[in-house]
Structure formats: structure tokens, C-alpha cells
Design a protein. Structure first.
Length: 256
């Protein structure tokens, strides 16, 4: 018994356009998943590089600040977290506070104090965190700066970016953007970095000093693999669906 055919023996047209449409969707979806996976792998590489820098630099031997920094030069990424030594006197009239800083979930301020080094260059020092006062807006008591020459050990951090939409005052800033501070002060400054205070000699009264950073890989690897798996699974299911749809269309066209 012969199979049914269309009148005149004409063969049914396979819906090629529909099949190509499904294929295009699969390709676009798979490409998007691969790009997202690559982005997660890139983020993983960045985090691992940060972990390596902390492990290598954090407890390294301190070097004179002038050996690692030059005025108006950016901080090389490989020098982040390295400790440096600087000797000079703080400039109280240039001290500022950075708002919206937290310590163990509590809001407060960081104390930013420029140190005029013996070389005549300002080195910006973050002298620690202080909490808000009872009014919830102003800072609590600000520790007095040493009035004598001091030698500080501080760990280098890159200058922070400008925060859009934030306004600063003479004594209150939103971010440690050293370039902007140097322009305001009009004094030669190491603009590529600031230092997180580690020690001070003679010892002074500071805020709560920044702890050693705890950086983990997070979920970047698992997310990257999930995106790849998602691309393969969804692509396979979409292709099966397109084949079923095509098969049904052909069957209907043939009158089966």
C-alpha cells in the first residue's frame, strides 16, 4: 500500500525558514551563555590575582615610599598592598574625613591625614575608622594628630575613583580620590596611591585600622561552568523541539 501523497505527486515543502529561525535562536543563546561564562572566568582570574598580591605583598619587607611611588604616577597593580615607610609631619589643616565607611556593619568615617614627608611630598594616610556620633550624622571624637615628626608604615592602595553625583566639602569627602585632593591642596603629592596605616612611631591615637583583607574565589568558577552547561542543555532541547515541529509540519503537509 503506497503512502499518501499530495495531488499531482508534488512533494511537501519542509519549513526550512522555521528551522533556520530555531537554529539562529540556538546560536544566539549559546553565544550569550559562552560570553557570560568567559566573563565569570575573567572575574575569577582577577580575584585570584588579588589573592596572590595579598599573599605576596602584605607581609613583605617595608620599602621607603619614594622607592615605590613617584608624584603624579599611577600605582602599578603589582605593588598593591606592599608596605612602605615614610617619615615626616602630619598637616592637620589638610585632614579630611571620608563618609559612608563601615566597620563590622557599623557606619562611620575614615580619617585621611596627609603626611608631609622629609622629601617634601605629601603622602596620604588613612589613619583608620571612627564611628558616627549619637546624632547619626556627624563623626564621633576625632583622634588628635601627632604634633611631632613621625615614621609611619602603611600599605599601598590605589587611588579610588570619583563617585558620580557625590559632593564634597572642605573637610568631608566621599572617596579617597588623591588626584582631586592634591589639586585642592596645591602641594606636590603622591597621587597614584594612599597608605593604610599599619604602625606609627612614636605611637599615636588612631581610628580602627583596616584588617588584613580576606579575599575568596567566590562562586565565579561554578557560575562559569553553569553557563556552559546551560548553553549545551538549552541548545539540545531547542534543537529537539525544532525537529519535532518540523516533523509534525511535514506530516500535516503530507496528510499523515
Amino acid at each position: 500500500m503506497s503512502s499518501p501523497s499530495r495531488p499531482g505527486g508534488a512533494r511537501p515543502k519542509v519549513p526550512v525558514r522555521r528551522w533556520l529561525g530555531y537554529l539562529a535562536l540556538v546560536v544566539v543563546f549559546a553565544a550569550a551563555c559562552v560570553l557570560l561564562s568567559k566573563w565569570q572566568f575573567a572575574r575569577l582570574d582577577e580575584v585570584r590575582a588579588q589573592m596572590e598580591r595579598v599573599a605576596t605583598n602584605y607581609d613583605s619587607q617595608p620599602a621607603p615610599v619614594a622607592e615605590l611611588l613617584t608624584p603624579d604616577a599611577a600605582l602599578p597593580s603589582g605593588d598593591q598592598w606592599k608596605p612602605v615607610i615614610a617619615t615626616g609631619r602630619y598637616v592637620p589643616e589638610l585632614q579630611v574625613l571620608v563618609r559612608n565607611r563601615t566597620n563590622e556593619g557599623t557606619a562611620g568615617f575614615d580619617i585621611v591625614s596627609p603626611l608631609l614627608t622629609n622629601e617634601g611630598v605629601l603622602f596620604v594616610i588613612d589613619r583608620g575608622w571612627i564611628p558616627m556620633a549619637a546624632d547619626g550624622r556627624s563623626p564621633s571624637a576625632i583622634p588628635a594628630l601627632p604634633a611631632t615628626t613621625v615614621t609611619v608604615t602603611a600599605r599601598l592602595r590605589p587611588t579610588e575613583p570619583v563617585l558620580a553625583g557625590q559632593s564634597d566639602t572642605a573637610t568631608l569627602i566621599s572617596t579617597i580620590h588623591v588626584v582631586e585632593l592634591a589639586q585642592k591642596w596645591g602641594v606636590t603629592t603622591y597621587t597614584g596611591a594612599y597608605g593604610l596605616l599599619a604602625t606609627e612611631n612614636p605611637e599615636g591615637v588612631n581610628g580602627v585600622l583596616a584588617p588584613r583583607p580576606e579575599i575568596t574565589e567566590g562562586n565565579h568558577l561554578s557560575y562559569a561552568l553553569q553557563w556552559l552547561a546551560f548553553a549545551m542543555l538549552r541548545s539540545k532541547s531547542r534543537m529537539r523541539a525544532s525537529r519535532r515541529t518540523t516533523s509534525c509540519s511535514v506530516s500535516v503537509a503530507m496528510g499523515v
